[in-house]
Design a protein around this ligand. Structure first.
Ligand SMILES: [Zn+2]
Ligand SMILES: [Zn+2]
Length: 385
């Protein structure tokens, strides 16, 4: 089977999408562009939600169906790359590389559409909206039935590592994210008369320190877990004991049991410390994305495809990212694998991480990413069910 990626149009598309970023749930231009191109490739196009697109490529012969996913949304960030194709939308930037995901999957779709006569089975292209904004677009796409006839699902994410290399994880590929907003209700008083008050600054401080024991004492040392207090706001003046304190927490875990343990221990610590001091509290717990659980078979298939598409030595087994991603929604329903693609590292002139206003990727890596997506689809459809 002879095929190649249309490199020139891939880079042009990436730059066009990069210059016109759109926030989560507002990917109107991007999804319109994607739908038009997929129709042009001869795919069956549906719209599970106003700003998402699913393209179905039916092979010449019957077989299984493999899904490939790209996300399309940008972030509320002012771009500082200085590129000629930098964002034209003030305060909005493709700082997570979703512009490259969209362009790579479009290039893969074009190539696979050209191979239709040789395919046994179908390829479904999931162009997802709103990855950056929980509850996220994946739940809407799944609710619309997009995975009902799908046998395997794969996704790529660019990140800061050597351009054109890939990393695949066994088991969890990302973390589960949960957030909590805590309000401690104390009793305000004159700063010179603490005996008449319940000081929420002291209570909050004790909670911050006590929370440090949740991971260190309740989670196994070889498991991944983080508890962070990212905000602590209380008081205005040195001589006033304030009435309330507000703390913002974030929690990341990879194991579902650890996730529940951390949630329970955080609640117990807060309730216990508040009770000791006679304070009351309100904790609004906001569950975020689940951890992506890679399927062993799907991960092996993606690893072998990466060795073919990128070259032996360009692919390695690696640890999970500490970030979170709603690809977990697909991988929870269908055997799947999430692959990290290197978009360039510091030694190559790309020192910035995803979500940084100067985040950028080496465009030569995009052709390799599109090659990998095509190879995964071909290998999946060629494999025994
Ligand atoms: Zn992101
Ligand atoms: Zn992302």
């Amino acid at each position: 089977m002879n095929w190649e990626i249309d490199e020139e149009s891939l880079v042009a598309l990436r730059r066009d999408i990069h210059a016109n970023p759109e926030l989560s749930y507002h990917e109107t231009r991007t999804s319109g562009l994607v739908a038009t191109l997929l129709e042009g490739f001869g795919l069956e196009v549906t719209r599970p939600s106003p700003t998402s697109v699913v393209g179905l490529l039916r092979g010449a012969r019957p077989g299984r169906t493999v899904a490939l996913r790209a996300d399309m949304d940008a972030l509320p960030l002012e771009e500082e790359t200085g590129e000629p194709f930098a964002s034209r939308n003030p305060g909005v930037m493709h700082a997570c590389g979703h512009d490259t995901h969209t362009a790579m999957l479009l290039a893969a779709a074009k190539t696979l559409a050209g191979l239709r006569d040789e395919l046994a089975g179908n390829v479904k292209f999931l162009f997802q909206h709103a990855e950056e904004h929980p509850p996220g677009g994946a739940v809407e796409i799944v609710a619309a039935g997009a995975l009902e006839d799908v046998d395997g699902v794969f996704g790529l994410h660019v990140r800061n590592q050597k351009a054109g290399t890939a990393t695949i994880t066994r088991g969890a590929a990302s973390t589960a994210y949960d957030g909590g907003m805590l309000t401690i209700q104390g009793r305000g008083s004159h700063g010179s008369m603490p005996q008449h008050g319940i000081d929420p600054v002291v209570v909050g401080s004790e909670i911050v320190l006590a929370l440090q024991t949740v991971v260190s004492r309740s989670i196994a040392p070889d498991h991944f877990a983080v508890v962070t207090v990212g905000a602590f706001n209380s008081g205005e003046a040195p001589n006033i004991i304030p009435d309330t304190a507000r703390l913002a927490l974030s929690v990341r875990t990879t194991d579902p049991e650890d996730r529940e343990t951390v949630r329970r221990r955080v609640h117990e610590v807060i309730a216990g410390v508040c009770a000791v001091h006679g304070a009351t509290y309100r904790l609004d717990w906001e569950p975020g994305y689940d951890a992506i659980q890679n399927d062993d078979g799907a991960a092996e298939l993606a690893f072998a495809a990466a060795a073919t598409a990128l070259g032996e030595g360009q692919i390695e087994w690696g640890p999970a990212t500490s970030g979170s991603e709603d690809f977990s929604v697909y991988a929870a329903r269908v055997p799947g694998c999430f692959v990290f693609l290197g978009g360039g590292d510091e030694s190559e002139g790309f020192p910035f991480q995803n979500h940084h206003p100067k985040f950028n990727v080496m465009e030569s890596a995009l052709t390799l990413g599109a090659r990998l997506e095509v190879q995964i689809a071909l290998d999946f459809l060629a494999a025994e069910a």
